[in-house]
Design a binder for this molecule. Structure first.
Ligand code: GLN
Length: 313
């Protein structure tokens, strides 16, 4: 960016691939959603989409995976385009310090989730979208397709059904929020829509394209035909800030320390990160660490920011 020397992204990605390849299989796939437990762990892909339109990738960067909580980023952005800063009347923007599916603070804070990136907050965002759109998860899918310029991303209904059948904790969270009056649609409609949203599949290359507007002050990169302004610059900045502090659950501090970029992770093993003014990066490897972030994905992003010096710090 600016006066910094140009970075040879492909050479750096190739270096990362050399380091990661012998470690394929590290971490554990999420198994609390039965269908996700069937994904082979020894997979890895990574893509850097620079704002000038160049794509650099390694490994399985075109393989579609279950986006899971990565979709919370796009749900927040879509809600923001509709209701703006008034969403903060219904949820906070502080890191939780507890697991992504925790109920503890929800009781203490009277049904106001800590932030939009833990499950409680995402369920409130789903509720907001359900009040804005008929078929809100379809609106979200269309939004993601628009951002990545492809109709390939889609729901994986097997994963959605598998999650819905075992979604006891998300039902519990939604019921508690409902009891505090912070859910306007029915619990069953919201959890169902949320499970569909989480089941959306996309590849690293598609995900990197989809997040590029956040690296570009809220506008899709100028090189995208028909690319438009999604959010104003101030809103894009705010969403990126919430990614930095809350995007990787209770490991956001550790992640900022190691990677130093705003990012959002999911239990499918995907992570999307933003290099402001420069690029969006997506990485996927299904093996998770103890805080449910992709183990090799986090490693690869840490190496990327070390080798390129493009962290925000
Ligand atoms: N659908 C998952 C859940 O609600 C998403 C969690 C995640 O990716 N952290 O448990």
């Amino acid at each position: 960016s600016g006066t910094a020397p140009a970075v040879d992204y492909q050479a750096i990605l190739d270096q990362i691939w050399l380091e990661v390849a012998p470690r394929l299989g590290e971490g554990k796939v999420a198994s609390y959603i039965p269908q996700l437990a069937t994904v082979p762990v020894a997979q890895f892909g990574m893509a850097v989409y620079r704002l000038d339109g160049q794509m650099f990738s390694i490994g399985a960067a075109q393989t579609r995976f279950s986006a899971q909580s990565v979709t919370k980023l796009f749900a927040l952005a879509l809600a923001y385009t509709r209701v703006g800063d008034s969403i903060w009347q219904r949820l906070g923007k502080e890191p939780s310090g507890t697991a992504f599916n925790s109920l503890v603070q929800l009781e203490l804070e009277r049904g106001i989730p800590r932030n939009p990136f833990i499950n409680a907050g995402a369920l409130v965002i789903t509720d907001i979208l359900a009040s804005c759109f008929v078929g809100s998860e379809i609106a979200l899918l269309q939004f993601i397709r628009q951002l990545c310029g492809s109709t390939a991303p889609d729901f994986d209904l097997k994963v959605a059904e598998s999650e819905l059948k075992t979604a006891h904790r998300n039902f519990a969270i939604a019921h508690l929020i409902k009891d505090f009056g912070n859910l306007h649609n029915t619990v069953s409609a919201v959890v169902r829509s949320y499970c569909r949203q989480c089941s959306i599949t996309l590849s690293c290359e598609e995900l990197a394209r989809a997040a590029a507007f956040l690296a570009n002050h809220g506008s899709m990169p100028a090189c995208v035909p028909g690319g438009t302004q999604i959010l104003d610059a101030s809103s894009a900045k705010r969403i990126s800030a919430v990614m930095l502090t809350c995007g990787t659950y209770d490991a956001a501090g550790e992640f900022a320390y190691r990677v130093g970029l705003p990012a959002k992770s999911g239990v499918g093993g995907g992570i999307v990160a933003v290099i402001p003014g420069e690029a969006a990066v997506a990485v996927w490897s299904p093996g998770l660490d103890a805080s449910h972030n992709s183990a090799l994905g986090t490693y690869a992003l840490a190496r990327l920011t070390d080798l390129t010096r493009h962290s925000i710090f």
